[in-house]
Design a protein around this ligand. Structure first.
Ligand code: CS2
Ligand code: MG
Length: 415
């Protein structure tokens, strides 16, 4: 009863993914996700570096192995380290579930709800196309929709489909934007941004959406780290009449968490933050001072199930809920891990779901389901995902760094 083999895969069915497979001496296998969008090879190399350290270890000792990889690394934390640790952690939980014949959520305290409220990504270059996009999600049963809109005079905006030949998040042509097939170059594409244009446009978009759809559906929005604290404070106040479920990453408070104090004191619009925070300790100020309402990290980027469970347990004492990151650059393995943890924790909030492309889902066979606006991880032992290594080998890695953003005067800005 020990770890016998550790395999690292980088594959690109529709977009790049980093997959870890751990095999025990009893032949039980577990999968982990270390996909770090635009930095996949760094995460893969880190996994290859630590792989020999795992051989011979008892696969049941998940906490000990976590501490060994975290404290034993000396150079702690950071996106690459924590994605690698996450992949090992999730693979070991997958193995433990398979050995005991139970889904991972059962090992985390069992189900705390029947399913996971889910939101999809609606976007539009104008109101008619935005309404079409929202309708496509409502038709599929979504009860919550993220709204992103193009900006007049700005050629390309985060979260708004840029390539006509892409797929929507729910499988229809024409509305996808995830910077993969359309943006595969070694050098990042550059985009422009202007806060005044954004703040003059978005409140009107939410007003139009509420006028058309009423208050029944949950509306979310991703500011994508782009506002200064006082701009975020003002933006939060401006959109209060439209009763958003959350405004996400309103200001880049991942580094200086105190920035959110300015936002919090001016607006009651709920705050979600943290998809690029990769350690529970980086949330401590945010949680203790109640500067956020939803934790945005994904299991994939934040040390795995073991670390995220600790983070969410601490957040639960402040009634702060989960809003785990779930774009296509969290692989189906990472998505399944999100869902198992989300089903078990008492303070689940909402789950992001950007459906992976058909090509991706030919390589990753999932058992999670989406029904009537809710995701469920399924009840297969472990995390319930299978990986087709042979087919994966047919999709070699292609460089696809994320875009770089500049202000209209050329200043580099948060993307
Ligand atoms: C976005 C992500 O899903 C979100 O909320 O912030 O799509 C983000 O842009 C990507 O994960 C970056 O890789
Ligand atoms: Mg986001």
């Amino acid at each position: 009863m020990a770890i016998e083999k550790v395999d690292v895969f980088v594959t690109s069915p529709g977009r790049n993914f980093v997959v870890l497979k751990i095999t025990t001496t009893d032949g039980v296998t577990g999968l982990g996700d270390a996909t770090l969008n635009g930095r996949e090879l760094a995460a893969a190399e880190y996994l290859k570096t630590i792989a020999p350290m795992l051989i011979g270890k008892n696969e049941d000792n998940i906490e000990d192995i976590w501490q060994y990889l975290y404290k034993g690394a000396y150079w702690k934390r950071g996106p690459v380290t924590m994605a690698a640790i996450s992949a090992v952690d999730v693979a070991l939980w997958d193995i433990k579930g398979k050995k005991l014949g139970v889904p991972v959520y059962d090992l985390l305290g069992g189900a705390s709800r029947t399913g996971l409220l889910t939101y999809g990504h609606a976007s539009g270059v104008d109101l008619p196309s935005l309404f079409d996009s929202i309708d496509s999600y409502l038709d599929k049963g979504f009860k919550a929709v993220r709204v992103q809109s193009a900006l007049p005079g700005i050629p390309s905006t985060y979260g708004v489909a840029g390539s006509a030949n892409a797929q929507t998040g729910n499988g229809e042509k024409g509305m996808r934007y995830d910077y993969e097939p359309a943006r595969r170059t070694e050098v990042p594409v550059e985009e422009v941004w202007d806060a005044r244009t954004y703040m003059n446009t978005l409140p009107g978009v939410f007003e139009a959406v509420r006028n058309k759809y009423g208050n029944g559906i949950a509306l979310l929005h991703d500011c994508h780290h782009r506002l200064s604290p006082i701009q975020a404070a003002r933006f939060g106040k401006m959109i209060e009449p439209y009763d958003l479920f959350w405004m996400e990453d309103c200001t880049p408070a991942e580094e200086n968490q105190e920035m959110l104090r300015v936002v919090r004191e001016h607006t009651t619009t709920p705050i979600a933050i943290g998809e690029i925070i990769n350690s529970a300790t980086d949330y401590l100020t945010l949680i203790k001072e109640q500067l956020l309402d939803y934790v945005r990290s994904a299991v994939t980027h934040t040390g795995g199930i073991t670390h995220m469970k600790k983070l969410m347990d601490y957040a639960s004492f402040y009634d702060i809920k989960s809003g785990f990151h779930g774009p296509t650059d969290v692989s189906p393995v990472g998505m399944a891990a999100n869902l198992h943890l989300g089903l078990a924790i008492p303070n689940f909030g909402i789950q992001e779901y950007m459906r992976h492309s058909d090509e991706t889902l030919e390589v990753f066979h999932t058992s999670y389901t989406f029904t009537d606006g809710m995701l469920h991880p399924g009840n297969k032992p472990g995390i319930g995902v299978e990986f087709d290594e042979k087919l994966a080998a047919k999709f070699p890695y292609q460089p696809a760094p994320l875009p770089v953003d500049r202000l209209l005067d050329g200043t580099v800005h948060e993307w």
